[in-house]
Design a binder for this molecule. Structure first.
Ligand code: MG
Length: 368
């Protein structure tokens, strides 16, 4: 199989809740998602998606994904997309960094590898583990009582895991964590994710004030060193996300005893190929993972499901069904949440078909 061309689409994904807010007053109301189609000399096309959480969550933004694709695509024309290792080598040779640009291309290559073998991507990533993937619900930052109401509401929809967006004022955040924990069952999992929003003195105040509660603390501060300081001052289980952007950072955090779990986002590390390596190392190290992406629609939700469902259950902390947060669909066949869980599609490849009516015309096409 050879790559003969690329088409790139842009789709707005409006948030059903209206606004998703997190640390430092950041928010997004409409997500800017980029869909990559790889055309081949076979009967198959490959599909991938990347959707940054606005331009200020990670060093990634929607128009940057599309600019990067224009840069990379000419280097990939004529190559075999099912040779995902070679594709990644060529991408890394042609463009330093920019993992979020490479992610949808790598994702589309896995889709093609699955289609050409007649097998779902989760089978290629190690095989389906268990019946279903447990999901968490992200709770947008609001006043404490409103966040507790939303936790209770999503609990009724079947979620058993919740991630509170904190990283605001420490006093408000202490009240947010206490209010949310109070409406949950003892067996429900609660994570307070500050998304780098606290300084270390603020984080230490919060972890001390909620030390009597069953709650995980995620990415309290911006730098790894600040997070290490907070880690050394709390007995609460500790998760790093933004700081774990590749294998070297994972290995350092593990050696330092800095984490009890990590958050593995597909586009943060450059695609399914690199996420799979980090996933397998985490399994070897005994570290559980939240397996997800920065944001996305149906195509990314399918990719998350394939990576998560092929991960040993013991090492799955949670995952996300982003397609249930947004009101626009970019593909059919994606997993649909049922009672707080989802399953990887059974069809070959990612198991999705783009919703061309919603995607409209390509923003650009690249061919020989
Ligand atoms: Mg996080």
């Amino acid at each position: 199989m050879k790559i003969t061309g690329f088409r790139c689409y842009q789709i707005d994904l409006p948030l059903k809740e209206g606004r998703y807010s997190w640390a430092d007053g950041k928010y997004v109301e409409v997500f800017d998602s980029t869909i990559v189609v790889i055309e081949t000399d076979s009967d198959f096309e490959g599909y991938g998606e990347v959707c940054p959480l606005g331009p200020f969550y990670l060093p990634a933004y929607g128009p940057g994904a599309r600019a990067g694709l224009k840069e990379l695509a000419p280097h990939l024309l004529g190559l075999d997309p099912t040779n995902v290792t070679l594709i990644n080598q060529v991408m890394d040779q042609a463009l330093l960094g920019h993992p979020y640009v490479k992610s949808p291309i790598d994702m589309a290559c896995w889709d093609l590898l699955g289609k050409s073998n007649g097998t779902p991507v989760c089978a290629l990533l190690g095989g389906r583990q268990g019946d279903a993937v447990e999901l968490y619900r992200a709770i947008s930052q609001l006043p404490p009582e409103e966040m507790a109401e939303n936790v209770a509401g999503y609990s009724k929809e079947g979620y058993r895991r919740f991630q509170l967006k904190v990283g605001g004022s420490p006093d408000d955040d202490i009240a947010r964590i206490r209010a949310a924990r109070a409406v949950l069952a003892d067996t429900d999992v609660l994570v307070a994710d500050a998304n780098t929003g606290w300084q270390s003195h603020e984080a230490i105040r919060v972890v001390n004030a909620v030390a009597d509660l069953d709650v995980y603390i995620e990415q309290p501060c911006r730098s790894y060193e600040e997070c290490l300081t907070v880690r050394s001052r709390t007995s609460l289980p500790f998760i790093l996300d933004e700081n774990i952007d590749g294998l070297p950072q994972l290995l350092r955090a593990h050696a330092d005893g800095a984490v009890d779990a990590i958050n593995l986002k597909i586009s943060k590390v450059g695609g399914l190929s690199k996420a799979r390596v980090i996933r397998d190392v985490c399994v070897g190290l005994g570290l559980p993972m939240t397996i997800e992406d920065s944001w996305g629609g149906d195509i990314i939700t399918a990719a998350i499901a394939h990576l998560a469902h092929s991960t040993p259950e013991r090492h799955r902390f949670s995952s996300t069904d982003f397609n249930s947060y947004v009101s626009a669909s970019n593909a059919s066949g994606a997993p649909q949440r049922e009672n707080g869980v989802m399953r990887a599609p059974d069809a070959a490849g990612l198991g999705i078909s783009p919703n061309w009516d919603n995607l409209g015309s390509p923003v650009f096409e690249i061919r020989d």
